[in-house]
Design a binder for this molecule. Structure first.
Ligand SMILES: NC(=O)c1ccc[n+]([C@@H]2O[C@H](COP(=O)([O-])OP(=O)(O)OC[C@H]3O[C@@H](n4cnc5c(N)ncnc54)[C@H](OP(=O)(O)O)[C@@H]3O)[C@@H](O)[C@H]2O)c1
Length: 310
C-alpha cells in the first residue's frame, strides 16, 4: 500500500487535535509529510503552537474550511485526512469529504469522532448530540465510493470525566480541593475511557495498521472503571476519605431533559453522561488488539495527573 504517507489534519490545534498532532509528529519517520489546515484566526491566537509545529517540519496551510478552493488546493499534496474539528464544524465535514472524494489524491479519511459510539444500539439514532456525526457517516455510506474511512470510537476522556464543573454538580465530578465527589448512577456502573494522549497514540496505530482499521468504527479504549473505583483511587492517592454524593440515573435524566428544554449549553454533557452511565461505552471486546500495540494510560496515572493539575 503506497499510503498513508502524507497526512493532513483539520482541527489540529483543538482539545483533542493537539494530542493527535503531537503523536503524529513523534512518529513522523513513518510518514513523508504531515500538514495542518488551519484558520487565520488560529494562527494568530495560537502562534507559538503553530510556529512550534512548523519548526518540527509540519506544513502549516492557512485557509478557510468553508472555502472550496482552499480545501481542494490543500488536498493536492496529501493522501490521508484526519479531522478533529470541534462539534460546531461536524456537519461542515460533509463538504470536506465531498472534496476529498473528488480530489483524486485523498485515499483515506478519518472524520472527527473520538468519543461515544454513535451507533451503539437502536436508541443511538435519536440521541441529540449524535445527529451531526450520524449525518457524516450517512454521507460516507451514500456518496463515497473511492475513499476509505475510519471512525475512531474512544468513549469519554477520563481527564474531562473526573473534572467537577463549577455550578453544575449534577453532571458529576471529583473536586480535588474540597475532596468531594459526585458519582453518577449508583456509582457501580462501568465506564470505558480513552485518555487524551492515548487517542493520539491509537490514531497513529490505526494509520499504521490500514488493513485492520479501514472502513469501520474502530472501538478502542485505555481502561474501564466505575465511579466508585475512581473515587477509591482519589482517596488512595490523597490518603484521605472524600465526601461522596450520588446523582441517580433518574435524576440525571431529569437534569438532561430540563437542560435541553432550557437550551442550556450543558445539555450535550448531560446526555453523554447519561449514555455513559447507562453502559453505552461497554463492549465484550475491543479493537485495540487489531492495531499496532501502544502503551496506554491507567486509572492510577490519570488520577495522579488530575491531582497534579488541580
Ligand atoms: N470523548 C470525549 O470525551 C470528547 C470530549 C470532547 C470532544 N470530543 C470530540 O472530539 C472531536 C474534536 O472536538 P474538540 O473539542 O477537540 O474540538 P475543539 O477544540 O472545539 O475544536 C477543534 C478545532 O476545530 C476547528 N474548527 C473549525 N471550525 C469550527 C467550528 N465551527 N466549531 C468548532 N471548531 C471548529 C478549529 O480549528 P482551526 O481554527 O485550526 O480550523 C478548532 O480549533 C469532536 O468530534 C468531539 O465530539 C470528545
Amino acid at each position: 500500500m503506497d499510503y498513508p504517507k502524507k497526512i493532513l489534519l483539520f482541527g489540529a490545534t483543538g482539545s483533542i487535535g493537539t494530542y493527535i498532532t503531537e503523536e503524529l509528529v513523534k512518529s513522523s519517520s513513518n510518514f513523508d509529510r504531515i500538514g495542518i489546515f488551519t484558520s487565520r484566526s488560529t494562527v494568530e491566537s495560537k502562534g507559538d503552537l503553530t510556529q512550534g509545529l512548523k519548526d518540527k517540519g509540519v506544513n502549516i496551510i492557512v485557509g478557510d474550511i468553508k472555502n472550496e478552493n482552499d480545501v481542494a488546493a490543500a488536498y493536492q499534496d496529501f493522501d490521508t485526512v484526519v479531522s478533529a474539528v470541534g462539534r460546531g464544524a461536524i456537519v461542515e465535514q460533509i463538504e470536506l469529504i465531498r472534496l476529498a472524494e473528488e480530489s483524486g489524491t485523498i485515499k483515506w479519511f478519518f472524520p472527527s469522532e473520538y468519543g461515544t459510539d454513535i451507533e451503539y444500539g437502536p436508541e443511538s439514532a435519536s440521541e441529540k448530540p449524535h445527529q451531526g456525526k450520524l449525518k457524516v457517516r450517512a454521507y460516507f455510506d451514500s456518496s463515497v465510493k473511492r475513499m476509505s474511512h475510519t471512525y475512531l470510537v474512544t468513549g469519554p476522556y477520563p481527564e474531562f470525566y473526573i473534572r467537577s464543573v463549577p455550578g453544575l454538580p449534577n453532571v458529576g465530578g471529583f473536586d480535588v480541593k474540597k475532596k468531594e465527589a459526585v458519582l453518577l448512577g449508583d456509582g457501580e456502573g462501568k465506564v470505558s475511557f480513552t485518555a487524551m494522549p492515548d487517542v493520539g497514540k491509537l490514531l497513529v496505530a490505526a494509520l499504521l495498521s490500514p488493513e485492520a482499521s479501514q472502513n469501520k468504527a474502530l472501538k478502542v479504549n485505555s481502561f474501564t472503571a466505575t465511579p466508585k473505583e475512581i473515587l477509591a483511587e482519589f482517596e488512595k492517592q490523597t490518603g484521605a476519605s472524600w465526601k461522596a454524593s450520588y446523582v441517580p440515573l433518574e435524576k440525571l435524566k431529569r437534569e438532561e431533559e430540563k437542560s435541553w428544554k432550557e437550551g442550556s449549553p450543558s445539555a450535550t454533557s448531560f446526555t453523554l453522561k447519561r449514555i455513559w452511565t447507562e453502559g453505552g461505552t461497554l463492549y465484550e471486546k475491543r479493537d485495540n488488539d487489531l492495531i499496532k500495540p501502544v502503551e496506554l494510560k491507567t486509572l492510577e496515572q490519570v488520577v495522579q495527573e488530575g491531582l497534579a493539575n488541580a
